[in-house]
Ligand binder design. Structure first.
Ligand code: NAD
Length: 453
């Protein structure tokens, strides 16, 4: 990648505690400007469904929010929503641990005193906390930012309860969860309730405009693409002696495949989603490899995965993700066409399109922080307007594309989209999950030994 972006921290780590610099706060003008561009992209049917965005006025219907999963992104998401929407109130919170709720609540009250209305008896904790939130009649919209293993089941329950949903990515970590997402998507459409997902690049102006130009033919026919999410590592939370197996795995969730889906699903889904968007559909197959060299002993995660994804029309995506300390980072997408090359860099790296000789023909900057706000603005506006956005299917497709790649790498087999969607029986969610319960000893995949199921 010629103009690589090396994020200092992972894109996936905006924390509520990390107050964005004043200049990084999305302004009303930014949103209006972005909206005009996004509307054009939606008209082409290529971007996420999008409702025309006028700045929220405080006389609009108030939308009562609940947050499930009060960690780094949960705090970030609710802060994003409160920053861009005048007409939202946080009324309930849920997490496994009470201190996660109370700590976050304190920060939110300081930052958005008029938008926090959480009574003490509306803070729920434990594995069934989400059910208590869903039983609250005052809650209109639920934001889900737990580890992704829970996501399909939480979304499905929320849709059944008639709530609007914001679901962080990825939305599933296995084919069983994918099918639950598809059913929830269809049910939400029938209900008339919204589901917006945390694939923020679909709303980042330099992504939207680059993809529009690719689809309009600026680089000619797409021949192939490269995408990479390579970084210097990810967090690991050490087990405390008093923890049960379940408590430990939930605490250190990134390292257990049933909870995170491994880095390809948990993190690189952003890049896979961008390429599915560019290509116009998920790929037909995946084949590749990877390995595990530096992870702590009980981590199920691999250090790296490299794949060829084949898209319709023999278009190949060369994919790489890596989390190894001391290695060179790279996070972005390059799309090669018969007439030009598009580089779409992650985070705040911007987009550039050149001709085949490398002469720049178009470029645009964009800020990820704006996109984090735009998804919440679109969501709330669509609810208030009575035209709820339902975009779970596209994000579930991208999540399963990542899962299909993981299955190919873990087993050493070629895996087709047809197998992943229709035939695979892989279902990682434990049927017997209890707080004090035992979990099977962590085990990592070995190609040639790990079976394709
Ligand atoms: N869109 C993005 O750029 C972006 C960025 C960061 C994280 N994420 C996604 O957000 C999600 C959360 O990530 P994070 O970094 O905030 O993790 P985190 O560990 O900081 O927070 C997760 C929180 O969920 C709670 N939790 C776990 N299981 C729960 C359950 N069953 N019910 C209620 N609460 C539960 C945990 O106690 C914790 O407080 C992940 O899916 C991650 O991929 C997205």
């Amino acid at each position: 990648m010629t103009r690589e972006t090396r994020p200092k921290a992972s894109v996936d780590s905006p924390k509520m505690a990390d107050k964005p610099a004043k200049s990084a706060q999305p302004s009303r003008r930014d949103f209006l400007g972005t909206s005009a561009v996004l509307s054009a992209a939606v008209a082409s049917g290529l971007a996420a469904p999008h409702v025309s965005v006028a700045a929220n006025k405080s006389d609009k219907r108030v939308i009562n929010i609940a947050l499930v999963g009060c960690g780094g992104r949960g705090g970030g998401a609710v802060n994003n929503s409160m920053t861009v929407n005048d007409n939202v109130r946080l009324v309930a919170m849920a997490d496994l641990f009470p201190e996660k709720c109370t700590r976050l609540l304190k920060g939110l009250k300081e930052r958005h005193p008029d938008k926090v209305a959480v009574q003490e008896d509306k803070i729920f904790t434990g594995l069934d906390a989400y059910e208590k939130v869903l039983a609250e009649p005052s809650v209109d919209l639920v934001l889900f930012a737990t580890p992704p293993g829970f996501r399909p089941y939480h979304i499905a329950a929320a849709v059944k309860a008639g709530k609007h949903v914001f679901a962080e990515k990825p939305t599933c970590v296995d084919p069983a969860g994918y099918r639950v997402c598809l059913a929830a998507h269809d049910q939400a459409v029938k209900n008339g309730t919204a589901i917006v997902t945390g694939t923020q690049y679909r709303r980042q102006i330099n992504y939207v405009e680059a993809v529009k130009r690719i689809h309009d033919g600026m680089i000619g026919d797409i021949v192939s693409a490269t995408t990479r999410y390579c970084s210097g590592g990810i967090w690991y939370r050490k087990r405390k002696p008093e923890m049960s197996d379940t408590e430990y795995q939930l605490y250190n969730w990134m390292h257990f495949v049933w909870l995170s889906g491994d880095q390809i699903t948990e993190q690189a889904v952003h890049n896979i989603d961008a390429i599915n968007w560019v290509m116009g559909s998920p790929p037909v197959s995946a084949y590749g490899c990877g390995g595990r060299f530096t992870r702590p002993e009980d981590s199920e995660m691999w250090d790296n995965i490299e794949l060829d994804y084949e898209y319709s029309g023999n278009r190949i995506l060369s994919f790489m993700c890596r989390q190894i300390p001391g290695t060179k980072g790279d996070n972005g997408n390059v799309i090669y066409g018969t007439k030009g090359i598009a580089m779409i860099h992650a985070a705040n790296g911007g987009s550039v399109i050149t001709d085949r000789d490398g002469n720049e023909i178009w470029s645009m900057k964009g800020r990820i922080q704006d996109a984090y706000g735009q998804e919440h603005k679109d969501l709330v506006d669509s609810i208030v307007a009575g035209t709820p956005i339902v975009e779970l299917r596209a994000t579930a497709d991208s999540s399963l594309t990542a899962v299909m790649g993981r299955m190919a790498a873990y087993t050493g087999q070629k895996v087709t989209w047809e197998f992943a969607t229709s035939k695979s029986k892989l279902d990682l969610f434990p049927k017997d999950l209890t707080w004090a319960g035992k979990r099977p000893k962590p085990a990592f995949a070995v190609p040639g030994v790990t079976k394709l199921i």
